[in-house]
Structure formats: structure tokens, C-alpha cells
Design a protein around this ligand. Structure first.
Ligand SMILES: [Zn+2]
Length: 337
């Protein structure tokens, strides 16, 4: 049993379609007995897999939130075999404020797992996922983008979990998103990630970086919405035919810390090569300029190894230590240990 203080107005065991809220107790200066209300939906039709679809883990990442809101309106029980649970916006205060971090406590939701039932609202929600929603699910989908800080080649991505049935299921699910690029990534900025907890519980975890920056194109929205639907079909919960990949996936990996490049100094960052370009070892991918010292040569950021630039800095103003580039190398993930 979970000791979560969250109250759900939906019954996960009930067939049919329900749309309700997760009431997350908190208080603010004008609300002593307030609750954050996070929309949640359950669409269920008999025995079958349960897929949990999440977005808005980081508030400023909207393509997934739009895609899950659309699913929430469109999915009907008779389209399913099994159950889909949808939470379109995990960090509502951040989504409303267009911020990555929750403005309530400055927390990064994706560093709060496994959570704490007596912690900040983000920690309470993370604990609810860990103790209530993940145990119900066979598959966990968590839709990210680069938010305002980074821009990604739209890709589905995953951790390289230990070889075995879980990894094989995650590789197939990741490819079913039908993004040209599929990406094995590493955690270079802290622990407590939502997917890590879901992986620890043995779930098939499918995540994305669908673009980024504040310019969300129609193409990114379409790829996000088509991708999540195709994964639901591929997972066996949404009836229909899996849309085959238009071309084989290009799998890339950035599993070394050096694959992630950080600004050595604060200033104005210039991307030197287009996102998605192939780069050589040592090739400059960006440069930091100094507003107060235009006479100073810009400080370059170079690729550590040859590969493809899968992510780059989005805002021009950069602080020392910000991640400004990620260079990933081609890999056949089915040949990895
Ligand atoms: Zn994110």
C-alpha cells in the first residue's frame, strides 16, 4: 500500500473512460488548504497491457503535453486492449510558468525519484509514480524535449539497461517512435531520474527528446503525436496496424561523460555547426563570445570524438558549466554487451 497523500478522483481498476485529477496537497500564501490538481485519465477495456503515458515532467517541454492532451480527448475504450493511463502535465506550476523547474520549491522533477510522501509537491508526485502508477504499468512513456535550454534532433531515446528481455523490449519500443535517430544516453547531471526508477521496477521505458528551444515546429508536434500513437499500437494496447519505419533507425550513443560538452566560460554562445551535422574529433561546434571584451578571441567548444551533433545550446546567453552540445556516435545497440 502506498502512503501517498495524493487523492485520485479516478479508479484505475474501473473499465471505460474516466477523466479526473490527482489532488496534491500543498499550501501557498493565499491558499492554506490548497491542492495542485494534475489532470489524469484512465481508458480501459478488459485484459491486456497497461501503458502509462507521461509528459510535462519538465514544465517548458510542450510537444508531449499537447500530444497527451490530444490522446486524453481522443482515446475510446473500444479502441483498446488493456489500459492506458495518461498524465499530460506532471509539473503543472512549471508548465504554467514556462520553466524547467517547479517554481514551488525550485525542484527538477526528473531528479525527485523515487520521491518522498512528506517532501515538496514534486517529491510527493514522484513518490506517487513510484508506489502507485509504476506498479500498475507494463510500459512507461515519458515524453521530453530539450525545453528552453537545449535543442535536440527529434529522437526517441533510452538508457542502456542490462542486456535481456527488458532491453530488447525498450529497443523495439524506442524504434516504434519512428524518429530517424534513436539515441542511447547517459546521465551526466545528477540522479533521481523518473525513467531510472521505472527501469528499476522492470518496466519497458520509452522516452524522447522531441526537439527543443521555444520554436516548436508543426513537424515536431506531428512526429510526437504520431510517435506516441504508434508506440501504443506496438505495445499491443491500441488496436491497429503498426506504421512501419520509413527507413531503418540510425542508432547513436553518447554514454561517456566527454560526449557532453559544457561551456567553459559565461558569455554569448554561438553554435558553429547545424544541429544534426556529422562532426570530426576536435572540430569546434560552438564558441563563447564576451560582450564586454569584443577584442578577446571567442573560446571554442570542440567535439571530443567524431559523431553527430544530437543536441546543442538553444538560448544564446550561456553560463559557465551549461551543457552546450552533445556528440553521439553510431552504434548497433543489439551488438552491445
Ligand atoms: Zn525534460
Amino acid at each position: 500500500m502506498s502512503d501517498s497523500p495524493i487523492r485520485a478522483t479516478v479508479d484505475y481498476a474501473k473499465p471505460g473512460k474516466q477523466i479526473g485529477h490527482l489532488f496534491v496537497p500543498y499550501s501557498h500564501n493565499l491558499g492554506g488548504w490548497a491542492n495542485l490538481m494534475l489532470p489524469v485519465a484512465v481508458v480501459a477495456n478488459g485484459p491486456g497491457p497497461t501503458v502509462l503515458v507521461l509528459a510535462g515532467n519538465h514544465g517548458d517541454e510542450y510537444p508531449g503535453q499537447v500530444a497527451v492532451m490530444r490522446l486524453l480527448r481522443e482515446l475510446k475504450p473500444d479502441q483498446l486492449t488493456g489500459r492506458v493511463i495518461l498524465v499530460p502535465t506532471l509539473t503543472m506550476p512549471a508548465a504554467k510558468a514556462a520553466t524547467r523547474l517547479s517554481p514551488l520549491a525550485g525542484t527538477n522533477f526528473n531528479r525527485c525519484s523515487p520521491g518522498n510522501p512528506r517532501g515538496s509537491p514534486s517529491e510527493v508526485v514522484a513518490h506517487y509514480l513510484t508506489t502507485v502508477l509504476f506498479p500498475l504499468a507494463d510500459t512507461v512513456i515519458d515524453i521530453h524535449t530539450g525545453g528552453r535550454s537545449m535543442d535536440f534532433v527529434p529522437c526517441a531515446h533510452m538508457h542502456l539497461v542490462p542486456a535481456g528481455p527488458q532491453r530488447a523490449a525498450m529497443l523495439a519500443g524506442t524504434e516504434a517512435w519512428n524518429t530517424d535517430l534513436c539515441f542511447l544516453y547517459a546521465d551526466v547531471a545528477g540522479t533521481g531520474l523518473l525513467p531510472v526508477e521505472a527501469e528499476r521496477q522492470g518496466k519497458t521505458v520509452i522516452t524522447t527528446e522531441m526537439g527543443g528551444s521555444e520554436n516548436v515546429t508543426a513537424g515536431v508536434h506531428h512526429a510526437t503525436q504520431a510517435g506516441v500513437r504508434n508506440v501504443l499500437v506496438q505495445q499491443g494496447v491500441l488496436r491497429g496496424e503498426v506504421v512501419p519505419r520509413p527507413r531503418p533507425a540510425r542508432w547513436v550513443q553518447a554514454l561517456a561523460w566527454e560526449d557532453y560538452r559544457f561551456a567553459p566560460e559565461s558569455g554569448v554562445y554561438e553554435n558553429l555547426v547545424p544541429l544534426g551535422s556529422d562532426v570530426s574529433a576536435g572540430q569546434p561546434v560552438g564558441a563563447t563570445h564576451f560582450l564586454e571584451r569584443p577584442d578577446r578571441e571567442p573560446v571554442e567548444v570542440a567535439a571530443h570524438a567524431a559523431g553527430v551533433l544530437v543536441a546543442c545550446r538553444a538560448p544564446s546567453i550561456v553560463a559557465q558549466g551549461d551543457c552546450v552540445a552533445c556528440v553521439a556516435r553510431d552504434v548497433d545497440p543489439r551488438r552491445l554487451e
